[in-house]
Design a protein around this ligand. Structure first.
Ligand code: FAD
Length: 434
């Protein structure tokens, strides 16, 4: 293989592959290096692949809206076939529960209106009519199962909800990454698997390439850190972490797969739910299952871990999430056997990602994706490719943040929103909601 490229991308997850595709389209000779055996085998493989819009910041909503269009135009975007097939967008709609925590969705509704995203505001009768299988009582604040008040309603009714029809999920996140790999290869990009980067080399104050475990040196004057939960390790290798105001670390997460109540076909009758009142999100899952993830309620301990050494077994967290979901879905039972996923988020200090350059010339990063950026992968690919191209041509992104023109929504997006130098964003939910 060649030992010299225009750009080396560390990581072949969904975002690393999307950045490679967009750089390859601009004519860069790219190489994705991944220590795992195939594309999308890292945290992307554990992703719930939810496509939704209700971020707590207007910029978060705008990025998700742009990302949505890539997914519904997936074959046109890729312009290639994949021998394994292409992924699908599965449209479930999303019910978002109004809570004190999300300020009864006031800001979210304003952002949705600004972007022309359809939604229906539902009072409690409206929720019951549309989704009769839901218990609409209030349980907030979220509690641990050993709390004597656990599962005791704290009010007769929730504060209402909104329903956003254009939401759903992608059938197979790993396959979507393979799709991007094939699209990149069709543009001349290359992928190297089972290859771990152990050093970032520098020359004359700029990045010069990477070194692998077996001593192989690969040269490039551009290196992009898209290492997911290992992002902080790569940033430390490059010596750029000190220059960042926002940092990243790995957070352990459990996702539960359970059967729906007896007689219910959840793929037909079910809906995606973002439910801060019980601290869970859920959606229909293949095989007539319900997938239940955590919205990181304040009572739960956050498990910051070493991404190379953490417990991959389910724990009492799994049971807590299912018991909470059983407060909302009438007749949901807690199975004896635990099924689902244990994986890691790469969380930034404010749960908003960092899509940026660094203090080392030629070294870029797309990190801190905080459990909520699968949906944005294609638009992040386009943003990062533009950022890299412009900065390499001399643009001062730190002084004058790049204004990125979104191709589908036609909006101009200030990429300073994702800067490593920003102050912690106080409007964030500080959870997976972003
Ligand atoms: C349980 C879970 C549920 C999620 N649900 C959703 C959701 O519903 N919706 C949503 O939008 N987002 C969701 N996310 C977040 C989303 O999946 C991630 O933001 C996205 O997959 C990150 O992609 P990535 O390419 O940045 O990282 P990854 O997929 O983690 O890829 C990073 C790659 O870097 C490689 N790597 C690391 N270090 C090295 C090294 N030294 N040398 C070589 N290779 C290296 C790894 O092997 C890995 O393959 C979820 C995440 C998790 C974990």
């Amino acid at each position: 293989m060649n030992k010299k490229y225009d750009a080396i991308i560390i990581g072949a997850g969904v975002i690393g592959a999307a950045i490679a595709f967009e750089l390859a389209k601009k004519g860069y000779k790219t190489l994705n290096v991944d220590k795992l055996p195939s594309a999308g085998y890292g945290s992307t493989s554990g992703s719930c692949a939810v496509i939704r819009f209700h971020y707590s910041t207007p910029d978060g909503v705008a990025t998700a809206r742009e990302g949505y269009y890539y997914w519904i135009n997936w074959p046109e975007y890729l312009e290639v076939e994949d021998e394994l097939g292409l992924v699908n967008f599965i449209n479930t709609g999303c019910l978002v529960i109004k809570t004190e925590l999300n300020q009864y969705l006031k800001n979210v509704m304003t952002s949705l209106e600004d972007l022309g995203i359809d939604f229906e505001e539902l009072d409690i009768e409206g929720v019951q009519k549309k989704f009769p299988f839901l218990d609409t009582r209030k349980y907030f604040p979220v509690k641990l199962p050993d709390d004597p008040d656990f599962a005791e309603p704290t009010g007769d009714a929730l504060g209402g909800a909104i329903f956003i029809p254009e939401s759903g999920y992608i059938s197979d996140p790993q396959l979507s990454t393979h799709n991007l790999q094939r699209a990149t290869e069709a543009r001349g990009g290359r992928f190297l698997f089972n290859a771990e980067v152990v050093a970032i080399r520098q020359k004359d104050g700029r990045v010069a390439g990477v070194t692998l475990t077996d001593g192989t040196r690969i040269d490039a004057s551009i290196v992009v850190n898209v290492a997911g939960p290992h992002s902080y390790i790569i940033n430390r290798m490059a010596g750029v972490e000190e220059g960042m105001n926002i940092k990243t670390r790995a957070l352990r997460q459990e996702v539960c797969h359970v059967s729906p109540p007896d007689g219910m076909d959840y793929q037909k009758e079910g809906v995606m739910i973002s439910d801060g009142d019980i601290g869970c999100y859920s959606r229909p899952e293949t095989g007539n299952h319900i997938l239940v993830g955590s919205e990181d309620p304040a009572c739960d301990e956050r498990e910051w871990v070493d991404p190379d050494n953490y417990d991959r077994n389910f724990s009492k967290q799994w049971t807590a999430q299912v018991l909470r979901e059983a407060q909302r879905i009438k007749g949901l039972r807690v199975p004896n056997q635990m099924q689902g996923v244990v994986d890691l988020y790469d969380v930034s200090d404010d749960w908003i990602p960092i899509y940026d350059k660094s203090d080392l010339a030629g070294f870029y990063m797309a990190v801190g994706t905080s459990g909520n950026q699968y949906k944005n992968a294609p638009v992040v690919g386009a943003m990062m490719a533009e950022l890299i191209d412009r900065v390499e041509a001399g643009h001062d992104h730190d002084g004058n943040p790049l204004q990125f023109l979104m191709k589908y929504t036609g909006r101009t997006f200030n990429m300073g929103f994702y800067s490593r130098l920003r102050e912690i964003n106080p409007d964030s939910s500080f959870s997976v909601v972003g």
